[in-house]
Each structure stands twice: as structure tokens, then as C-alpha cells.
Design a binder for this molecule. Structure first.
Ligand SMILES: Nc1ncnc2c1ncn2[C@@H]1O[C@H](COP(=O)(O)OP(=O)(O)O)[C@@H](O)[C@H]1O
Ligand SMILES: Cc1ncc(C[n+]2csc(CCOP(=O)(O)OP(=O)(O)O)c2C)c(N)n1
Ligand SMILES: [Mg+2]
Length: 322
């Protein structure tokens, strides 16, 4: 007989080992969870849904699905410069498979411990496989990084490398061949993106605007440009591309993955040129690459140019659901 709804919640979700949080007064087991936030903090909240075969392959290992779901949601906290506190998980699944749930629960616990975020509630229903993660974090009052502060003359920076996850998806879908030695790297970049919490937290007094790159650099930088009332120019010769991506695809294809592939979950942010040195030090301190890829200018939209100043035309700027 398959497990009842309440027994499976008990076994695979309530039983998760929780990181201690000073803000969580009551977690799972009542109609609501209860949190207390200090007066000098703001609560940052974000929700994201991941649907099977839209956001991840349905047949993927359950522990990787869990890790990916948590990382992509926490990435929004990173983009605001917030520290993770707690998350709720709404899961819909077509049937109860205990081995699948055991793997899922293990992956979820690993990711929750890694990001020091506590599972405080959720919802469990029958339906096509889908996960909705609602994350909550804290940020000092007035210090959150938003999309609207980019100013003329600011430089545009990105963390890590871009395009790996999009190339990984192409590889997993049989559209790109990848050397055996690099396959694990690509899978990891797709399934276990690093939400850049430490970078975000360090940018509160440095960046003028920030966003995480979920849809693709051009699309997401476009949100900063629009909200800030400016334009951005990206120098495509400066894009941080991993050695693995450069080995697996042509320069043009690698560029396309990096500019419009999406799924990177790196941060893109703007800061005055006077912050370059501080950013270099920060990058060394926390061991995450921070690369200057462009500038903020007057106008609207995002333009991509190469090192010689020739403009590139992109057929797509990022992922669109509809
Ligand atoms: N169905 C919805 N109802 C209310 N707000 C929504 C809905 N969908 C998206 N939003 C809001 O629109 C904004 C942009 O959403 P989205 O592109 O999903 O952001 P992100 O890339 O950070 O996840 C966010 O403020 C989000 O909360
Ligand atoms: C199986 C699969 N197909 C396609 C994609 C590509 N993809 C799906 S959604 C998406 C963009 C990010 O998702 P969205 O729901 O827009 O997240 P948000 O911007 O709201 O954080 C991308 C690149 C994928 N990740 N997995
Ligand atoms: Mg969203």
C-alpha cells in the first residue's frame, strides 16, 4: 500500500534536519509557520516554480531536482543581497515512489544545510511533477540590491562563467557533443548552480543594481536597463566562458549560450568604475570570478558589440515561457 499524504510528509519533509535559525519560531506542523524579524531588517521573499520537462528533465535524479530547485530560488535572495532564512516547498507529483522521495529528501536536506536555510512548510499534492519553492531571507533595512539603480558610466559585471548550463542542456538533449572528461562539469553547472549568496551580501555598498541571470544575460541585463532608465552595452569578447564551454563549442555558439541561453544563476550587477579594485579584492577573498563585461550608457535596451566595436544581432535574448 502506498504511503498516506501525512505519513509521507512526516517521513520525507518534517524529518529533515534543520539548520538553526534565530528567526524561525515555529516551522512545520501547524496551519502557518511563525517567523520573527528584527526591526532593523527587511524580509526578502521570492517564489519560483520548476515544472518537469520545462525546467528540468522529468527523469533526472530526484536529489538533483531538489538541489536545483532550491539553488534557483535562493539565487533570487543572492541578487537582492539578502541572507537565506527559510523556505516553503509545494510539491506536486503523479504518484508516491518512496525511493524517489528518499532521494529527493536527501538532496533537499543537503542543499538546505549548504545554504543554511530551513524548510518551514509546504504543500503536497497529486499532479504532474512540479516544484514551487518560496524563499525568505533578511537584509539590513534599505540595503537590498534592486534592479533600478544603474547610472550612466557604471560598469557591468558578472560572476562565475556564463553559458555552461545552456550547453549542458544541449548536451543532455543530444544536440551538443562533449568530451567525457567534461560531462560531469556540465551536469553540475545545470543541476547544481551556485547561488551567489556571499557575493550578493558583499555588494550592498558597492553595486548600484543587480539581478540574477536566469533567462539569459541580455534579457536579464535588459531588466536592469529598463528599470534604471538607461541602456547597457556588452562587450562579447569579455564574456567569462569556461574552458569546458570553449572546448565543446565554436566561439559563436559559446557566445550565444552565454548571452541568451539562461539557467546560469550567476549575478549580473552594475557599479561605478571606482569600485573595480574593491571588486577584485572581493573576488579573491570569496574565490568567485567577477568579470567586467560592459558599460551603462544613455538610451534603452542592451547592445552587444565585439572588441572591434562591431554590433552583433541576436535572434533571441533569453528564455520566454510564452
Ligand atoms: N503570477 C504572478 N503574480 C504576481 N506577481 C508575479 C507573478 N509572476 C511573476 N510575478 C512578479 O513579477 C516579477 C518578475 O518575475 P520573474 O520574471 O519571475 O522574476 P525572477 O526572474 O526574479 O524570478 C517579480 O516581482 C514577480 O514576483
Ligand atoms: C528540460 C529543460 N528545458 C529547457 C530549459 C530552459 N529553461 C527553462 S525555464 C528557463 C528560464 C528560467 O526559468 P523562469 O521560470 O523564467 O525563471 P525566473 O526567471 O522566473 O527565475 C530556461 C533557461 C530547462 N532549464 N530545462
Ligand atoms: Mg520567477
Amino acid at each position: 500500500m502506498s504511503l498516506s499524504e501525512f505519513s509521507l510528509i512526516e517521513r520525507y519533509f518534517t524529518a529533515l534536519e534543520q539548520p538553526a535559525s534565530p528567526y524561525v519560531d515555529f516551522a512545520i506542523g501547524d496551519d502557518c509557520c511563525l517567523l520573527s524579524i528584527p526591526d532593523d531588517m527587511q524580509l526578502a521573499q521570492s517564489i519560483d516554480t520548476l515544472n518537469a520537462n520545462v525546467h528540468f528533465p522529468a527523469e533526472a535524479n530526484a536529489d538533483l531536482i531538489a538541489q536545483r530547485a532550491l539553488a534557483v530560488s535562493i539565487s533570487d535572495l543572492a541578487a537582492m543581497g539578502a541572507s537565506p532564512v527559510a523556505f516553503s516547498l509545494a510539491i506536486s507529483m503523479p504518484q508516491v515512489s518512496e525511493p524517489w522521495l528518499a532521494d529527493f529528501s536527501r538532496g533537499l536536506q543537503q542543499a538546505a544545510q549548504h545554504y543554511a536555510i530551513a524548510l518551514i512548510g509546504g504543500d503536497t499534492t497529486k499532479g504532474p511533477l512540479s516544484l514551487t519553492v518560496h524563499v525568505q531571507g533578511v537584509v539590513a533595512k534599505g540595503k537590498a540590491l534592486q534592479r533600478h539603480g544603474a547610472a550612466l558610466g557604471d560598469c557591468v559585471f558578472v560572476t562565475g562563467s556564463l553559458g555552461d548550463a545552456a550547453a549542458a542542456l544541449a548536451f543532455m538533449q543530444g544536440q551538443l557533443s562533449v568530451a567525457k572528461s567534461a560531462q560531469q562539469f556540465f551536469k553540475q553547472r545545470y543541476y547544481q548552480p551556485s547561488a551567489r549568496i556571499a557575493v550578493g551580501q558583499s555588494l550592498n555598498d558597492i553595486a548600484t543594481a543587480a539581478i540574477d541571470v536566469s533567462d539569459g544575460l541580455v534579457a536579464d541585463l535588459g531588466h536592469i536597463a529598463k528599470r534604471s532608465g538607461v541602456a547597457a552595452v556588452v562587450n562579447v569578447d569579455k564574456l567569462p566562458l569556461s574552458a569546458e564551454l570553449q572546448a565543446a563549442s565554436s566561439p559563436e555558439q559559446a557566445r550565444r549560450y552565454a548571452l541568451s541561453g539562461g539557467d546560469d544563476y550567476e549575478l549580473c550587477f552594475t557599479a561605478p568604475a571606482s569600485m573595480r579594485e574593491q571588486l577584485l579584492e572581493l573576488s579573491e577573498l570569496i574565490d568567485v570570478a567577477i568579470t567586467e563585461v560592459g558599460t551603462i550608457v544613455a538610451g534603452s535596451g542592451v547592445r552587444c558589440v565585439d572588441g572591434r566595436g562591431s554590433e552583433l544581432q541576436l535572434s533571441q535574448t533569453g528564455y520566454q515561457h510564452f
